[in-house]
Design a binder for this molecule. Structure first.
Ligand code: BES
Ligand code: MN
Ligand code: ZN
Length: 496
């Protein structure tokens, strides 16, 4: 998709479709007013007839307006003017792109980017428009036997800004957003692929490919070497599977000072989570192909960081494995020794994410990191706590938590800070080993984070539980690509 920035009048655009907003109560936005005037009150007439109310989520396509050089005008409902916020704005972009897809327009000019959003500048509106458009155009039909009918597709989008002085910051925002959108796209594709295709070996291959294309350094540690390192917890999870585990390491060496301490991202890469011997129930088990979305977000963010040429050292670490039952699988009650030396009693083989992450977190120590952030579809309890809106955030350093909360707000890929107080650690007691791999059911997302915290004493660390935000269920089942935007924003701020 080609994006460009322009400052101009909506009634003068010679393009396939001009996209303008209408507020609820049939109130025309400034750009809609300009079109109304040029078409001698045509929009006012259409609204008066009751064909469009300006309600959020609605749109109306108009053709061949007299006095206008553009082929079409798309009216997009913005909801109540006083209530328009970030989510409403994203929804309007989404509504617009859904409507545009059904037309034959190959070019469109968006004036939605001109509506005022409280406390948000033009760069935010442009960035969110690009991300929203790319999200709306995304399709995953790689696994269909016939490609869907090729229709004339949107190729070019012009985003309008109010002033000429907005053009340069607008263009910078487009470039940034396109890099992030590429990362999101990759994360969604990897998440959506079925687990018989997207195996640990496939993830490793993809990492090599990204590295080759974007100038990253890539290394994949094989089972033999993981044994040497003493990753007893990670390997315990992999035991039940025919697919060999992989520890994938990607490095973006962008810092001016070559040996500057890196930010390390660790992504849970369980390519399928059956639960193991503590087998999960059948309903919706297919969705456990998404249990590698943390890994996918790390690969996507590494790609975005490379495309943005961030002057920062970033390391991505992905422990990748399946979690399967089998004759050789780890059993409830088994005790394993982690790379850190701590022993873990595996009381539930379905609490596997923390087992693979704890060894990856210990491995991260060798980078003497400035900060470590892990990203994982870790607990069902997280979905109960925050639903599908906010990612759960835990940290052993408040300043790092604040940075990530801000990055989430700035990129509208939000996270919410939850407590990691010592009081919660009491749930982690084992009669036989140093710690069990499960705590209490109550506060399950917190006790899972507490488990990880035991392995992160050497650096500032944060944990993002994306169990509720990494994918959607039901009618539009699919990976979201979250939290690539949050992570990219976090890294970009660190680099600046
Ligand atoms: N991958 C799951 C977490 C999950 C479940 C994410 C449902 C999204 C939707 C994780 O490995 C898991 O199974 N966690 C268990 C932990 C429990 C056994 C302590 C859970 O949340 O039930
Ligand atoms: Mn599990
Ligand atoms: Zn899992």
């Amino acid at each position: 998709m080609e994006f460009s920035i322009k400052s101009g009048s909506p009634e003068k655009q010679r393009t396939g479709c001009v996209v303008v907003g209408v507020f609820e109560g049939r109130k025309l936005s400034a750009s809609a007013q300009a079109i109304d005037k040029a078409s001698k009150g045509f929009l006012t007439e259409v609204l008066r007839r009751g064909d469009h109310e300006g309600k959020a989520g609605t749109s109306l396509l108009l053709h061949c307006l007299t006095g206008l050089p553009s082929d079409r005008v798309l009216l997009v409902g913005l909801g109540k003017e006083r209530e328009l916020g970030e989510s409403g704005y994203r929804k309007a972009v989404d509504t617009a792109i859904k409507a545009l897809r059904t037309t034959g327009a190959t070019e469109a000019t968006f004036f939605l980017t001109e509506v005022a959003l409280r406390k948000r500048d033009v760069a935010f509106r442009i960035e969110q428009a690009v991300l929203g458009i790319m999200e709306g155009l995304y399709r995953f039909d790689r696994m269909k036997s016939k490609p869907p009918e090729a229709k004339r597709a949107l190729r070019k989008v012009v985003l309008s800004v109010p002033r000429r002085s907005d053009i340069a910051p607008g263009e910078a925002a487009v470039r940034r957003a396109q890099a992030i959108a590429e990362g999101v796209h990759l994360a969604r594709d990897l998440g959506n692929l079925p687990a018989n295709v997207c195996t640990p070996a496939y993830l490793a291959e993809q990492a090599h490919e990204i590295a080759g294309k974007h100038g990253l350094h890539c290394e994949v540690l094989e089972q033999k070497y993981l044994e040497k390192l003493g990753m007893g917890a990670f390997l315990a999870v992999a035991r039940g599977s025919r697919q060999p585990p992989k520890l994938i390491v990607l490095e973006h060496r962008g810092a001016k000072k070559k040996d500057a301490p890196p930010v390390v991202l660790v992504g849970k890469g369980v390519t399928f989570d059956t639960g193991g011997i503590s087998l999960k129930p059948a309903p919706e088990m297919d969705e456990m192909k998404f249990d590698m979305c943390g890994a996918a977000s790390v690969l996507g963010t590494m790609k975005a960081a490379a495309l943005m040429k961030l002057p920062l050292n970033v390391v991505g670490i992905v422990p990748a494995t399946e979690n399967m039952p089998g004759g050789n699988a780890v059993k409830p009650g088994d005790i394993v020794t982690t790379m850190s030396g701590k022993t873990v009693e595996i009381l539930n083989t379905d609490a596997e994410g923390r087992l693979i992450l704890c060894d990856a977190l210990t491995y991260a120590e060798r980078y003497k990191p400035a900060a470590v952030v892990d990203i994982a579809t870790l607990t069902g309890a997280m979905v109960i706590a925050l639903g599908h809106v906010a990612t759960g955030l835990f940290a052993n350093a408040d300043s790092l938590a604040r940075e990530l909360v801000h990055a989430g707000e700035a990129s509208w890929d939000r996270a919410w800070h939850l407590p990691l107080w010592d009081d919660y650690q009491e749930a982690l007691k084992s009669n036989f080993a140093d710690i069990p791999n499960i705590g209490s059911r109550a506060g399950g997302a917190v006790t899972a984070a507490c488990f990880l915290e035991r392995f992160t004493k050497a650096y500032p660390w944060a944990h993002l539980d994306i169990a509720g935000t990494a994918w959607k269920s039901g009618h539009d089942k699919g990976a979201t690509g979250r939290p690539v935007a949050l992570l990219a924003n976090f890294l970009a701020k660190r680099a600046a």
